[in-house]
Write a protein that binds this ligand. Structure first.
Ligand code: EPU
Length: 351
């Protein structure tokens, strides 16, 4: 029998959130199995401690220290199941690093998630915001999610439909704290068509015969495009897109387009996703920086922590940007990352 996970006190979360914010958790533990997870939750119940489930910390802003038990889900495992013809199901532990799983599947010749290369974070975090990039989203291949339902204490399997996915949204955002994701299953195939419609990918492959491309080639292309446009969180701390692209009714899109012919976005029949980056850029924020935080100079959607910025610094900047976009375009931007912790951050404990 394995030992229960250790619960540590006042642990720095600086290296556990991709914005590099120096917040701490009053209690912290790392769980590697369902039993560990149950132990941690029981401990939290016994000590009347709130819990925070941490994956890669790539979609969180710590406004201050977290008073409660932060649980880092490190459940590993990659397992192929139900291989039938060209298709196969890949089951992944929630603690697996997402990007490594993308490369792993692509190397095996399976298609379906190669456009999601280099997205930071863990497998368990991926369904929460239905990660998406370059014309693909997780919901396109996800079969089901295994999760611990805290209302019953039972492990449940939620089908793709039950996860209620939409653009950057899922059941897990609507019922926060209820489900703790432990495993994810994806249906991949060696013969799915590659998604190369996104402008940046088209440009990347313009000279090549795309019929011969492998999913690894596409993953490499996505990585090159992302590296050109987006800051590497290990070099310049960030959480990727800080705002969602707002979805507006199609009539509002046409009105805005008439006023601002350069407006970028993705209209369909009834609504349009407006490029938040374009709105922020037009308001002059791209490349802005103060002595701690700023807006990335190649992608206005990404806020960055230049030098020991606090969560409050990042949130203040986000508020100023939101106010500007609202007064200029009449559009309210919605933040993508969650905000956690409400105590003023204490001195870093050097982790
Ligand atoms: N644009 C600007 N200024 C900028 C950046 C972009 O005007 O600083 C314009 C571009 O000209 C383009 C449009 O905005 O026409 C869209 O830009 P981009 O193609 O970079 O995509 P996005 O809509 O800004 C979304 C995702 C990204 C994802 C890309 C590619 C959201 C919130 N963001 O960004 O996701 O990588 O599409 O599919 O949907 C992430 O989640 O962290 C992330 C980076």
């Amino acid at each position: 029998m394995s030992l229960p996970p250790v619960i540590r006190e006042w642990v720095s979360l600086r290296g556990k959130n991709s914005l590099g914010i120096a917040a701490r958790a009053q209690y912290f533990t790392q769980v590697r199995s369902l039993d560990d997870l149950r132990f941690a939750l029981d401990w939290a119940d016994t000590h009347a401690a709130e819990t925070l489930i941490l994956g890669g910390g790539s979609n969180l802003v710590f406004a201050g220290d977290f008073r409660g038990l932060a649980v880092q889900v490190s459940i590993s495992g990659r397992c192929w199941q139900a291989v039938e013809g060209d298709a196969a199901t890949l089951e992944l532990g929630a603690g697996e690093p997402w990007h490594e799983c993308v490369l792993y599947a692509a190397k095996a010749g399976y298609r379906g998630i190669e456009n999601l290369a280099l997205i930071p974070g863990t497998v368990g975090a991926a369904p929460v915001q239905n990660i998406g990039a370059y014309g693909t989203e997780l919901a396109d291949t996800l079969v089901d999610v295994t999760a611990l339902d805290r209302t019953t204490g039972e492990e449940v399997r939620l089908s793709n439909a039950q996860c209620r996915f939409s653009y950057r949204d899922s059941l897990f955002k609507h019922e926060p704290g209820r489900f703790i994701i432990t495993r994810v299953r994806l249906r991949l195939s060696r013969s799915l068509p590659l998604q190369l419609e996104y402008r940046d990918l088209k440009e990347y492959f313009s000279e090549q015969n795309t019929r011969e491309l492998t999913p690894s080639d596409v993953a490499q292309a996505v990585m090159a495009v992302r590296r050109r446009k987006l800051p590497d969180p290990s070099q310049i701390p960030n959480v990727g897109s800080f705002f969602k692209n707002p979805v507006v009714p199609i009539a509002q899109w046409h009105q805005l387009k008439a006023q601002h012919p350069g407006l970028a976005g993705y209209p369909d029949e009834t609504s349009a996703k407006v490029a938040a980056a374009w709105l922020i850029d037009q308001c002059g924020w791209k490349g802005y920086r103060n002595d701690r935080v700023g807006v990335h100079n190649h992608q206005a959607l990404v806020l960055v922590n230049h030098s020991d910025g606090s969560g409050q610094d990042v949130l203040d900047l986000a508020s100023r940007i939101r106010a500007d976009v609202l007064s200029t375009f009449g559009i309210e931007l919605e933040m993508e990352p969650g905000v956690v912790g409400d105590l003023p951050a204490g001195p870093s404990d050097g982790f």
